[in-house]
Ligand binder design. Structure first.
Ligand code: HEC
Ligand code: HEC
Length: 477
């Protein structure tokens, strides 16, 4: 099932990059009697403005460049194994340790998501060009224990524009909600210290049976301290905090990664131009989609403000078509309780609540929803049009039994096919390329090399493509 959207997605990306027109600098002209002005005001619609920076981590070109290297460096992934290490230099494309980087699941060629319904992290050494997107083999064997490492319990969201996330409001704040259940409340710098501590994501079985988050963070910090190029770059980027390797902490590593992520933004879409007053950039169909989105289709009840998200938690009743019994964020019966799990005691009344996600760049970031259950934007529209009342959605009976109500804005909409197409056409107007970084730095480029010397995800394997098979290590003797 992971394969179904891959080809389409690649084509969409290529087409989108080719046709996106941006930065039309013509004067903003709002016509008298402009029918769109009141919608724009009512729903707080804004083009992307300036990035909210944390007070202790303002714009800094060296931090951004350093963060980009860390983001693509599999040295943050936990697992290695002695036989893999002994293979160093023989065929680095084939015999790889530390096979997962942030970019494995947030890759520039996949809209800074991964094109899969559920994320795939540590999964045993494989050929590098099969490590990305729907091809990634899951479950793969842990290199340390051989135990299978399964898929992530949730869909990997795009991190495009995550700098503009809000917190219970559509207003962008630096200490924003991250994750679909909002369990990170201090923005990108804090979030960046979590993936390395999760078994399915980046840790694998590297840290033994008595695994703690601290053990993973200490180990990653230690690895970074032992790479001279990283130490030199940390000293340059954080001169007040880092004067020797020992000053590098996991918080500072998080700040560097956050500094990079904050700049991965896509201003200047046709949507932004439209909001800024240039109403001619939309076709008639896109204008119809805009009207429907904020009218009959009810999308604007939750998707509002600069990110087209209100950053509140809503019960939609999107189903999970999978079972991950040992996932602590599950109810043990295959259902993901969402917000409830961000803090089981205080949020007990928020079962099945998920954070409203952004609509920006949705064209590039499928599959959709926390479970990846909508493979295409049409599937997504079908969900909303049936009011979440399909056989695979969470039923009213299930919700009622838990004392939960579906959000009143999720109800059958009676949209025609043509109307759904119009809403999709409207959503696609938000697609835009990532802006250039400082001094023209290409923030979407996979670095040719990273300081660890490991291979960043998505570099093609020159020969012998195919998955790693147990027993292949015998070739190394
Ligand atoms: C194995 C795949 C995988 C890897 C590797 C991974 N992520 Fe993620 N990422 C996810 C998934 C899945 C979620 C959603 C989890 C949730 O909401 O509970 C997520 C969520 C996020 C978010 C939140 C976005 C938002 O708007 O809420 C950010 C930011 C992020 N990841 C950054 C990173 C960084 C930085 C790294 C590396 C340190 C990383 N990710 C590594 C899969 C991955
Ligand atoms: C009641 C509030 C609400 C309404 C109404 C609503 N949404 Fe959403 N939307 C959400 C929430 C919450 C999520 C995340 C749900 C999840 O992951 O389970 C979401 C997710 C999305 C996503 C992102 C999916 C992804 O994975 O990136 C898109 C696109 C989207 N909605 C479009 C729409 C459209 C189009 C409409 C109108 C037809 C609409 N929404 C109506 C709350 C709402």
């Amino acid at each position: 099932m992971f394969l179904r959207k891959s080809t389409a997605l690649f084509l969409i990306i290529v087409t989108a990059l080719a046709v996106v027109s941006c930065s039309d600098d013509s004067d903003d002209v709002v016509q008298p009697g402009d029918p769109f002005a009141s919608i724009i005001e009512t729903f707080g619609l804004e083009s992307l403005g300036s990035i909210p920076y944390p007070p202790d981590n303002g714009f800094n070109a060296q931090r951004i460049a350093l963060g980009q290297l860390l983001f693509f460096d599999p040295i943050l992934g936990g697992e290695s194994a002695p036989w893999i290490k002994s293979a160093a230099g023989k065929d680095p494309y084939r015999y790889r340790a530390n096979d997962v980087a942030c970019a494995t699941c947030h890759h520039p060629t996949l809209g800074f998501a991964d094109g899969r319904n559920l994320g795939a992290g540590v999964s045993g050494a494989q050929f590098n060009d099969m490590d990305l997107g729907p091809q990634r083999v899951v479950p793969g064997p842990s290199l340390v224990t051989g135990d299978p490492v399964g898929a992530e319990p949730r869909n990997s969201p795009s991190i495009l524009n995550a700098a503009f996330n809000g917190k219970d409001s559509h207003v962008p704040v630096w200490d924003s909600f991250q994750f679909m259940d909002g369990r990170v409340e201090k923005g990108l710098d804090e979030q960046a210290t979590f993936p390395i501590t999760s078994r399915d994501e980046m840790a694998g079985d590297a840290y033994g049976p008595d695994f703690t988050q601290e053990a993973a963070r200490d180990s990653v910090t230690e690895r970074i301290k032992n790479i001279p190029e990283y130490v030199a770059r940390f000293k340059q980027a954080f001169p007040a905090d880092v004067t020797s390797a020992d000053d590098i902490t996991i918080e500072i590593i998080g700040k560097a990664i956050g500094a990079y992520e904050r700049e991965i933004i896509t201003p200047g879409s046709r949507y932004d131009q439209f909001i800024d007053g240039n109403r001619d950039v939309f076709t008639a169909k896109e204008k119809e989609g805009f009207d429907l989105f904020f009218g009959k289709a009810l999308c604007g009840d939750c998707h509002s403000g600069p990110m087209l998200s209100d950053f509140t938690f809503r019960v939609q009743g999107v189903g999970d078509a999978y079972e991950i019994p040992d996932f602590e964020g599950k109810n043990g019966e295959g259902g993901d309780f969402g917000r409830f799990h961000a803090d089981e005691i205080e949020l007990a009344d928020q079962k099945f609540g998920f954070r409203t996600q952004t609509v920006r760049n949705a064209e590039l970031t499928g599959p959709y929803f926390h479970s990846g259950s909508a493979g295409s934007l049409r599937d997504l529209m079908d969900f909303y049009n049936r009011g979440g009342l399909g056989p695979d959605d969470i039923s009213n009976e299930t919700l009622e039994a838990l004392g939960i109500e579906r959000d009143p804005s999720i109800r059958p909409l009676g949209l025609t096919d043509a109307e759904m197409d119009a809403v999709i056409a409207f959503m696609k107007t938000t697609t835009a390329p990532v802006q250039a970084g400082p001094s023209g730095l290409d923030l979407t480029k996979v670095p040719e090399r990273v300081p660890s010397g490991l291979l960043p995800p998505g570099i093609p394997t020159p020969n012998k493509p195919g998955p790693y098979l147990p027993g292949d290590e015998a070739e190394l003797d």
